[in-house]
Design a protein around this ligand. Structure first.
Ligand SMILES: [Zn+2]
Length: 254
């Protein structure tokens, strides 16, 4: 299939899913017309709750499978770093990872990669992997994107990163804020991407107390886990330093 045919097929599947979700709304309307209000309200609440949980709970795979943790038998947690590249933070974090002998997956935003292509090359040169984190990172609206816009966000980031480093096209995708509606995993898969979530995070995108952030990560840390931290926050370099120390210490004990 040509890329255009793959896109058309993906959009068609997305529209079919949308029609399926609208079906309960039609049944609700029929129930209301028949005067069966309690049943209409019950069906509406069940549908809305199911869609909300499937979209907003990062570890819920209702709308398509994704990687939640590494394969069994993995010896070391995998570090993943979202929202780069950043002109100050990326070089500092790369130095930290070098010092601790840790490799990571950097989930990059296409627009930022376009602005700092040399940082994409530097991440790869130091032995890390780059992955797809959408072109513009629409964190507050990503949960509501329809099939066409969803395709644009993921496909454009894929094109951007593949253009900057053609020999290292991304293999993984992560949705902004972990929100994945019914079109998200479907679209990533059509583009040949595996969606990767995480098992341990410290909410470093919103919190600034590094002790709390570290404690939250430590609590969820397992050998086959996937750790999430961010670039672009006031404490990101400090968090990266402490998490890298934690992981290398754990590796030394294993
Ligand atoms: Zn993000």
């Amino acid at each position: 299939m040509t890329p255009e045919e793959i896109r058309a097929l993906c959009l068609r599947r997305g529209r079919r899913r949308l029609a399926l979700v609208l079906l309960p709304a039609l049944v609700c309307a029929l129930l209301v017309a028949a005067g069966r209000w309690p049943w209409a309200v019950l069906l509406f609440c069940i549908t809305l709750t199911t869609i909300t949980i499937g979209t907003l709970v990062p570890r819920c795979a209702l709308f398509g499978g994704f990687i939640k943790r590494q394969p069994p038998g993995s010896k070391q947690p995998l570090l993943t770093i979202d929202d780069g590249p950043h002109p100050e933070h990326t070089p500092a974090i790369l130095d930290i990872l070098d010092r601790h002998g840790i490799t990571a997956v950097f989930f990059l935003i296409g627009n930022r990669a376009e602005a700092h292509p040399h940082l994409v090359h530097e991440i790869l040169r130091r032995g890390h992997e780059v992955a797809n984190h959408t072109q513009t990172h629409p964190a507050t609206t990503f949960w509501a994107l329809r099939p066409r816009r969803m395709w644009d966000e993921i496909a454009r980031c894929q094109e951007t990163l593949a253009r900057i480093a053609p020999e290292h096209p991304p293999r993984y995708f992560r949705p902004p804020a972990g929100h994945h509606n019914m079109f998200c995993v479907l679209t990533a898969r059509a583009l040949g991407l595996t969606t990767m979530m995480w098992t341990a995070r410290g909410f470093d995108g919103t919190l600034t107390d590094t002790t709390t952030i570290l404690r939250r990560i430590q609590r969820k840390l397992t050998q086959d886990g996937i750790v999430l931290i961010h670039e672009g926050t006031p404490v990101c370099v400090e968090v990266a330093e402490k998490v890298a120390a934690m992981l290398s210490q754990r590796c030394a004990q294993a």
